[in-house]
Design a protein around this ligand. Structure first.
Ligand code: ADP
Ligand code: GLC
Length: 520
């Protein structure tokens, strides 16, 4: 495939055991063998450097998959204060220093740092603009929030120009980079470097849209092309970042087939369903994968004891260690339920509030929760821990290590989300033999199969309706099953056998890239 007017090298790659090997062009100089894709990947999060949720895990694992497949993937993200604190070996890109960008009335200076991603050779590019990114958190609620990510998007495109990097694919994630496709078709369209570039927007959560006031519309720098902005929104005083990605990306993907269907309905589309429906087959759902290098109980570097499906004694040992660590004392035979979550409405905590205390009061289960988020939910779990000492533990905060311990040490993982674009923890839970209890929505429905006592099939407990009674039924079903060791062992064995690796899921992204620019 040759779609690039100015290939930066004369090398052509072919695939051999999924690794790139270099071959020469044919005598007439044309390419008759496959070559890798060049991908410009823009993201607000990248694990473990800057993470608030699954976007970070997916950015890391997907780009690593692409890199290992021989593709030239360049990741652009902000140089947040956390990144600076992480102590990664970075160096300035010589020709990307002292850069300037005018965004509306604002003028910013930035430079670019680069370094290898932790644990991979993949090159990360950090936009170092202290005025916008040297702040306590990754996200904020300041008036310049949209501008922070607009600068990221524009800087990524301008760095590609300066690097003479002609991407086949501009891959934008979430609202933060959603103006990439429109900018490519307007402000940067003059540059032949991008003549063959096709854009992909991946929606990790349609509810976060990056809406800002119409008085800032000039910051997009669209000038004569401003008519391409959604005019009714403008007239009503707002600009919606995600909407413009949906309108102008050559392909819109989201993170599970179920969620792809759901967001085309008014119930789940958060006001954007009609625009998504209008894109028809250009909206595709690809289930996230799991990075089993990070999340596998037989190799997990955080665990005090490792285990595998063939020998679960280690799981019992981690359960004991976890209980001691968080101060839970429960008799054998009582189920330990785990939760790791951003504590926000999406995650179904409103269903948990009226139901879980009933089970705790009866002594049917114990609970360990790790999370931060809305005060009302933090207060609820803090209150439970006080009411049920030795039975409920709540760790308010963020801890990678404790997250691994909970995945490994709990018997069940509770994730009754109101909606869930994909969800990763339920898939991690499967691998750790920790039965997920989930609602049948989005990626949860696509990754967990309800266990049937009759024929011993299924990997977790799945309930349909977002109702208190349904969650009560699901918890009851799970706890009864847990008390039947043969059934439970079957469920755990089924769960641990599931494979949601990126080898499969990443290939789906390559298929979609091929749809846009031809095969690699
Ligand atoms: P979302 O992206 O909506 O938060 P996901 O299930 O896709 O949900 O991903 C959440 C990711 O963030 C998982 O890797 C999970 O382990 C991690 N996570 C969430 N909260 C915490 C926390 N308090 N401490 C450690 N990891 C967390
Ligand atoms: C979002 C979604 C979550 C998904 C993650 C990664 O944060 O809420 O369901 O797994 O993105 O795609």
């Amino acid at each position: 495939m040759l779609i690039d007017a100015r290939p930066p090298t004369a090398e052509v790659y072919t695939r051999h055991h999924n690794r790139p090997t270099v071959t020469s062009p044919t005598a007439n100089g044309s390419y008759n063998r496959a070559m890798p894709y060049r991908i410009l990947f823009i993201t607000a999060e990248y694990a473990p450097l800057a993470k608030t949720g699954g976007l970070a895990d997916v950015s890391t694992a997907l780009t690593r998959y692409l890199y290992r497949g021989g593709h030239d993937v360049r990741v652009f993200m902000p140089y947040y204060r956390q990144v600076a604190a992480a102590g990664l070996a970075l160096w300035p890109v010589e020709f990307l220093q002292d850069l300037e960008m005018t965004v509306g009335e604002h003028r910013y200076r930035y430079r670019v740092l680069t370094g290898a991603a932790p644990g991979a050779d993949l090159q990360l590019y950090f936009i170092d603009c202290p005025e916008l990114y040297d702040r306590p958190g990754i996200y904020g609620e300041t008036a310049d929030e949209a501008r922070r990510f607009l600068l990221l998007t524009r800087a990524a495109l301008e760095c590609a120009q300066r690097m003479a990097f002609a991407p086949h694919i501009l891959h934008c994630n979430d609202w933060h980079a959603a103006f990439g496709p429109l900018l490519l078709k307007t402000s940067y369209a003059w540059d032949q470097l991008f003549a063959a570039t096709r854009s992909v927007l991946t929606i990790h959560n349609v509810a976060y849209q990056g809406v800002f006031g119409a008085e800032h519309a000039d910051e997009l720098g669209l000038d004569d092309a401003s008519w391409l902005l959604h005019q009714q929104d403008l007239a009503e005083g707002r600009v919606n970042s995600l909407l413009h990605g949906i309108l102008y990306a050559d392909l819109v993907t989201t993170v599970s087939p179920g969620y792809a269907r759901e967001i085309c309905t008014p119930e789940y589309g958060a006001g954007l369903d009609s625009f998504l429906r209008a894109r028809g087959e250009r909206v595709v759902g690809i289930l996230n994968g799991v990075d089993y290098e990070e999340w596998d109980p037989s190799t997990d570097r955080y665990l005090p004891v490792r285990f595998s499906p063939d020998d679960l004694t280690g799981k019992t040992a981690v359960r004991r260690a976890l209980s001691a660590r968080v101060g839970i004392a429960i008799p054998d035979g009582v189920a330990l339920i785990g939760m790791i979550s951003r504590l926000v409405g999406q995650k179904g905590i409103d269903l948990i509030i009226p139901v879980l205390p009933e089970f705790l009061r009866r002594g049917d289960c114990a609970l360990v929760v790790l999370g931060t988020g809305e005060a009302r939910y933090e207060d609820f779990f803090a209150g439970l821990a006080l009411e049920f000492p030795g039975q409920v533990a709540f760790h308010r905060g963020y801890s990678e290590e404790l997250a691994h311990w909970i995945e490994a040490g709990a018997d069940m993982f509770l994730m009754p989300s109101q909606y869930e674009p994909c969800g990763l923890n339920q898939m991690y839970s499967l691998r750790y033999g920790t039965a997920p209890i989930v609602r049948r929505t989005g990626g949860l429905a696509d990754s967990v199969v309800h266990y049937s006592r009759d024929d011993g099939t299924g990997t977790g407990v799945v309930f349909d309706h977002y109702e208190v009674a349904s969650l009560r039924w699901a918890l009851d079903y799970a706890i009864r099953l847990y008390r039947e060791p043969a059934q439970w062992a079957r469920l755990v064995a089924n769960a641990m056998r599931q494979d949601y690796s990126w080898t499969q899921q990443g290939a789906c992204y390559l298929e979609q890239y091929a749809r846009l620019v031809g095969p690699s």
